[in-house]
Design a protein around this ligand. Sequence first.
Ligand code: UDP
Ligand code: MG
Length: 313
Amino acid sequence: MSQLISIAVPVYNEEKNIPVFWHKLNEIILSKITAYQWEVIFINDGSRDKTIEELEKLSKIDARIRIIDFSRNFGKEVALTAGLNHCRGDACLMVDADLQHPLEKIPEFLEKWEAGFEVIVGVREKNKGEGLVKRIGSYFFYKIINSIAETKITSKATDFRLLDRIVIDEFNKLPEKNRMTRALIDWLGFRRAYVHFNANPRLHGKASYSLWKLFRLAFNSFISFSLFPLRLAGYLGIIITLLSGALGLFILITKYILGTMSFSGSVILAVIILFLIGIVLICLGLIALYIANIHTEVTNRPLYIIRKSKVRI
Ligand code: UDP
Ligand code: MG
């Protein structure tokens, strides 16, 4: 039997894109590459337009289509997770429905998979029609997260990815709720290869990932992949305590011992308060370290991931 490839497509208000997407997918991939069996899983992420009707129409004419219909909008990260949870393929490819991910590149993903790579990541070279704010935002996001996070996250790496079954199985074991699919896959490791592509402009509709949603996602990833924000209070406290301590000492010596300079009462009071604030912040930092410990325990990620080769077991 030939191998089964799953394609997971999260859709949110994509009624206009779905027929075009399906037509193109069928034309240049499904009907062309017959060496594999295919299943296409659409995850309807609580769309408020006719997306589900379009999907049901398609699934009636093609048995390879499966639909997961969310009761409300849970976000793309969760939709992708559902796709990975439910796919049955020997590999699963994740694609956006707005044709921003060029379907022509799919054979390249499959070639690399056949060559033994387990995670094949689509890397976006150019993104036509993306605003300056988003581009600058993503630049800084990757700069910051890579300098503070324990896991390296490839910049420009997109969700356009193919995962081998062994990676999907490990991914499905990860228990955390607040998640960024891409970063979790990066955390898992495995043999990876990259496919470079130029993103097309969105076909119909507008990107539903608003800046605010992206900001929240970015902020969540800082928190779940790095303990640095937690330690920040402590660092700040150390700096303030040292500086105000030195200043206090300076005042003490010049005013009371040398008697060369005099300082008003409010200056002295300010320095004392600063010193105390520093100490409070240090204590916060200490508490943060304990919270950090609780955080890693609660996240409950496995300590290590073993590559179970199909041959070795
Ligand atoms: N999407 C989703 N749930 C959401 C937002 C988006 O399933 O809450 C889907 C959307 O239908 C599309 C993909 O995720 O297939 C990428 O979304 P979008 O084009 O809005 O984001 P961007 O291209 O900016 O990454
Ligand atoms: Mg898009």
